[in-house]
Design a binder for this molecule. Structure first.
Ligand SMILES: C[S@@+](CC[C@H](N)C(=O)[O-])C[C@H]1O[C@@H](n2cnc3c(N)ncnc32)[C@H](O)[C@@H]1O
Length: 298
């Protein structure tokens, strides 16, 4: 079964994720991530709500109160991916593949990086994003390649080689892959197949960074309530959660697909790395994990 019943519409979870990043930059100090493109990329109605104090008070405050830890995690997972990308660039990587990119704005904030960015997402979400970029910038930057895909039905190895604007993904060169906020919305076979197909197009030295959620049985009562609120919202928008995984299950999927875990951070690990010494109490859900994997040597 395919996950997104509204696949002909732009993903609303992607729009909310961008709204969380925009709100974070407006509201939280110190900022964990400076996504200063999220606010305009977002578009109406969420951009109008975020940029008007009365509308923020009326609509955004009650919403954020219910899902604050999720909102924080949306920001932290992007920061993690961008930290890993910074390290990869330092070791010579010039290709960044963003799976389930949504309104990720790294490419728009790093026009001079020399990195070609391949964004893979469902066509409706990409078309909507492309229209937002055109209305603001006139055209998409040349180093950004949008590749439509449905992870439930298509193999990444078939989709990724598509060249656009003279930019071609190079299977022989190191790449960094991020896959944020998407795995939980896919079926387990689609997750396993995508990792396997990804391994086929990633040269030695390539890494994949992604987040996933642990099963309900391991959640505290407060986390379970938070999860149910999040899942109910996603389901109402046609994007229900499909797959929750224990760390051991994730490692098995990765190993079978040709990947080896570099690190798999629990919520406590993530808090120590990104939330220590804050005075605003910003926190993430206990069920969230961030993982980095690399291609296993043959
Ligand atoms: C919660 S959003 C996350 C977007 C972005 N990575 C972020 O962190 O803001 C989930 C993204 O996964 C994409 N997605 C969901 N199911 C998909 C599928 N079967 N094939 C391709 N993309 C999918 C959605 O279109 C959406 O952009």
């Amino acid at each position: 079964m395919h996950m997104n019943k509204t696949e002909d519409k732009p993903s609303q979870t992607a729009q909310f994720a961008a709204a969380h990043r925009a709100y974070h930059l407006m509201h939280d100090r110190p900022a964990i991530l400076e996504d200063d493109a999220a606010g305009w990329l977002l578009g109406p109605p969420l951009s109008a709500i975020l940029h008007s104090a009365p509308l923020r008070w009326l609509f955004w405050r009650p919403l954020i109160a219910k899902v604050r830890p999720i909102s924080a995690f949306v920001v932290v997972r992007s920061r993690y991916a961008e930290d890993c990308l910074g390290q990869a660039i330092g070791s010579g990587c010039r290709q960044y593949a963003i799976l389930g990119a949504g309104l990720d704005s790294w490419a728009l904030r790093h026009a001079e990086s020399g990195v070609t960015v391949f964004e893979l997402d469902q066509p409706a979400t990409q078309q909507w994003k492309a229209a937002r970029i055109s209305s603001r910038l006139g055209a998409a930057p040349a180093h950004l390649v949008l590749i439509p895909i449905d992870f439930e039905r298509e193999a990444i190895a078939d989709a990724l080689p598509v060249a656009a604007l003279g930019r071609q993904y190079d299977r022989t060169a190191q790449a960094l892959v991020s896959w944020l906020g998407t795995i939980c919305y896919l079926t387990r076979p689609a997750i396993a197949k995508t990792f396997a197909s990804l391994a086929a197009v990633c040269a030695t030295g390539s890494r994949a960074v992604f987040d996933y959620f642990q099963p309900k049985a391991a959640m505290s009562a407060a986390d379970l309530q938070l999860f149910e609120t999040l899942d109910a919202g996603g389901a109402r928008r046609g994007e229900p959660m499909q797959t929750l995984l224990e760390a051991g299950e994730m490692a098995e999927i990765l190993a079978a697909a040709g990947w080896r875990v570099v690190e798999d951070l629990s919520a406590s690990d993530i808090r120590r790395r990104y939330l220590a010494n804050r005075t605003d109490g910003l926190d993430i859900p206990g069920f969230a994990r961030l993982c980095c994997a690399k291609i296993s040597p043959a």
